[in-house]
Design a protein. Sequence first.
Length: 289
Amino acid sequence: MHQSHAITRKSASNLAMAFILLPSARRDGMSALYAFCRQVDDAGDDESRPIDQRRQLLAEWRADVRRACSGETAQFPVNQELRPVIQQYKLPFELFDELIRGVEMDLDIKRYETFSALEQYCYRVASVVGLLSIEIFGYRDPACRDYAIFLGKALQFTNILRDVQTDARLGRIYLPMEELRRFRVTEDEILRGAYSDRFRALAASVAKQARHFYQRARETLPVEDRRSMAAAELMGSVYWRLLEKLEAQQFNVFGSRLTRVGKGRKVLLVLRTWYRAVSGGAAPNYGTP
């Protein structure tokens, strides 16, 4: 797990931080899964390579993880470390394939017409990661799969709201075109980073969708699996707090600093989530009206 742990430590991401709530064996499994996700995402986003090269590299990742899922020898070091995790937790190739399809969407698609089209993207790049993760976490009630799908969409919608300016610099607009028209916001305004009351209203409509998915995740999480889903619950709590910060700043995401949840706040959320898990605590502390 040497390379997977190194990638996870270097990332300093919210997902990597959530691993602290896992037993060591499951933490190792999640590090291997995270390293795979990170490297596939980087392969798709590497702007120094032509799109055709990135597409070919993603095809190589797909073929290699297929080998790992079939019990064959993988070529990429990260997949070599992932292979025993795949075997132990019976992670299906179909989900890895779906994740890579999501990364491939970024090679071809710079705009999404509807919420429905955007949801498919969110499912592939976020919900699928959740579906793989819960197999490693362990669960008893199959409703956890719906929980993973809803929470993944909630997290990705929150990411989209936070990263409007970052994505615009790459020529991407994930906010649905139908919503831009509804609130009379032009593509050029977003690409230029022009904030307005119209943009605030547009972002609020996307935040409403995010809140819907947080609420569905909150309602769907089986009581008996709250403890095993502690790491996922921490992710939900951190990103819910991020959504609240975006709302508090009226979605003005065009400044010089990316909106983040502070380290101190994250530590408190870790402690609160851990306490709720070990005490068989109350419902998730996100998704409230």
